[in-house]
Design a binder for this molecule. Structure first.
Ligand SMILES: [Zn+2]
Length: 258
């Protein structure tokens, strides 16, 4: 009770002192297609949550990338879209967001089933550490934000991992609402995942094959489709679409034209 009162006080103070400039907000609403056709209630809430995220997260560019307030707000506004109808504390517990100018190179040591370690190097557009920082490539953020690439949105993808991690495990199941039976989510999502694996064996996946990496990536990729290509997701995978709609408590189908 005291905590929620404190939170409300802190929220009101942040919104008063660090409000987003009107001009900037109007430009974001116009230029980011995901922010089109929001109801008045959602638009007001999205602006508040964007402001809070910008205030709470330390967002900084590396390798010479100079991040303007607008660039940070592009990331924060689309992240806030995921939690429009979720608890405002959903992205608490971590603070750092690092932005590279383009895809970044990572080197990892992975141990295979025989216990042999291999060095792997790859290029990533985004990465999210459990309880730790998020890393994004600005080039990819820009590509996905200003032009619609159905099924591809690195901000949605990485922030979906953060929601997935809220119950302590990144396993493709975020903490569900009380009215959502866990068995129904598990059954529906596992069936859809198995179907994707079978489609891949036949070489005809209907969504990004990266979703088949593991259940956590499946949830993150489904979230990308849910927000950027809801028609396609509903068409190919209606049951999963309905589960995501129940979880996110919003329906992008009402905002996006097909
Ligand atoms: Zn991922």
């Amino acid at each position: 009770m005291l905590l929620s009162r404190l939170r409300r006080y802190r929220t009101a103070r942040t919104l008063r002192r660090h409000g987003l400039p009107d001009l900037l907000w109007r430009r974001l609403r116009r230029e980011l297609y995901l922010l089109h056709n929001l109801s008045v209630r959602h638009a007001v809430r999205l602006r508040e949550r964007t402001t809070l995220l910008l205030h709470d997260k330390a967002i900084h560019g590396v390798q010479g990338l100079d991040l303007s307030l607008e660039m940070k707000a592009v990331i924060a506004a689309q992240a806030a879209l995921l939690i429009l109808e979720l608890d405002e504390s959903s992205f608490d517990g971590w603070t750092e967001l690092i932005v590279y100018p383009g895809a970044f190179r990572v080197r990892r040591t992975v141990t295979d089933e025989f216990g042999v370690s291999h060095e792997q190097a790859s290029h990533l557009s985004g990465e999210s550490w459990q309880n730790g920082p998020m890393v994004l490539s600005w080039e990819d953020v820009k590509r996905d934000s200003y032009h619609r690439h159905p099924g591809s949105h690195v901000v949605i993808h990485e922030f979906a991992h953060k929601l997935d991690a809220l119950n302590g495990r990144v396993n493709g199941m975020p903490p569900l609402h009380p009215e959502m039976p866990i068995e129904e989510w598990s059954r529906t999502l596992s069936q859809a995942y198995e179907r994707l694996l079978r489609q891949l064996e036949r070489g005809q996946a209907c969504i990004n094959p990266y979703a088949a990496t593991n259940p956590a990536e499946f949830f993150a990729v489904l979230s990308e489709y849910f927000f950027t290509a809801p028609h396609a997701l509903k068409h190919h995978c209606q049951e999963a679409y309905l589960q995501l709609r129940a979880y996110y408590r919003q329906d992008p189908l009402k905002r996006l034209k097909s």
